[in-house]
Design a protein around this ligand. Structure first.
Ligand SMILES: N[C@@H](CCC[C@H](N)C(=O)O)C(=O)O
Length: 277
């Protein structure tokens, strides 16, 4: 069977995107792992599968698989690439698109300059939303790891995030603390670990060690989670420029219980390909 795919990226967080609206595709964790393999497959951080909607309230459904094959709830950079993909492939001509994910429905707007703005939904801070095992909700938690105590904020953007404030992302122990926190039993479904350097109230630098993919050049939900956590802790303004290794995102969150987080950034098509499955 032949399946067409598109290689895309959002600030270097790269994807294999498959149209399962017009093609028959049976995605599985094994297939996602094979496609994501950078030596034996196409290579990507996540595989995105675009499907018809499950409910009349949304335009599409899209599924997200990490490079390790795990299917996950949400992906910020993936959402922007999804919007560009469905328009480029003539699956919709709409500029405002709603899509169902495992982590809930989100809406996206394709801007006249090609950037995509996404309503990423409300951040949730209650530990059960991640899930994270804690006796009660706090703005910051501390866990004892092999290297000593680590303090972080815990946020769900549909998927789980721990956000650690560091003096400099350049010297942050991303490759050591990321996997250590992910493996902690207090995160039964693991966690994406963000390292945030506050430059000013409206500017942060961020590196993210992603669940199921390792450190990526950018993480959209990680950027939203960092700004939400930073605002809760009184460190950040409503609009924040987030500099990631792969480029810049604009994140806006008014704060409070009702308001969603808005993310704006680019989505880039790299090439089209064909797989023999
Ligand atoms: N790269 C993504 C997040 C992808 C999912 C994540 N690794 C998880 O397991 O939750 C983004 O841009 O948000």
């Amino acid at each position: 069977m032949t399946v067409k795919f598109t290689k895309m990226h959002g600030l270097g967080n790269d994807f294999v995107v498959i149209d399962a609206v017009t093609q028959r595709v049976r995605m599985s964790p094994e297939l996602a792992r094979q496609l994501a393999d950078r030596h034996f497959g196409v290579g990507c951080d996540q595989v995105l599968v675009v499907e018809p909607p499950h409910s009349p309230e949304t335009d599409f459904c899209y599924r997200i698989f990490n490079a390790d094959g795990s299917e996950v709830e949400q992906c910020g950079n993936g959402a922007r690439c999804f919007a560009r993909f469905v328009r480029d492939h003539g699956l919709t001509m709409k500029r405002r698109i709603s899509v169902e994910t495992k982590g809930g429905a989100i809406t996206l707007r394709v801007e006249p300059d090609g950037q995509v703005t996404v309503n990423m939904g409300r951040p949730r801070f209650e530990p059960t939303a991640l899930p994270f095992q804690a006796d009660r909700a706090r703005k910051r938690y501390t866990l004892e790891l092999e290297d000593g105590p680590v303090s972080f904020a815990a946020v769900s953007m549909g998927n789980p995030h721990a956000v650690i404030r560091v003096d400099s992302v350049d010297s942050a122990p991303v490759a050591r603390l990321g996997p250590a926190l992910q493996a902690h039993p207090a995160f039964p479904k693991s966690v994406n670990v963000g390292f945030m350097e506050v430059v000013r109230r409206d500017h942060i630098r961020l590196r993210v060690f992603e669940r199921g993919a390792g450190e990526t050049l950018a993480c959209g939900t990680g950027a939203c989670a960092a700004v939400a956590a930073g605002r809760q802790l009184g460190w950040l303004a409503e609009r924040v420029r987030v500099d990631l290794p792969g480029g810049r995102l604009s994140i806006r969150w008014q704060g409070g219980r009702k308001h969603p987080v808005w993310m704006t950034g680019p989505a880039t098509r790299v090439f089209e390909g064909q797989l023999e499955l």
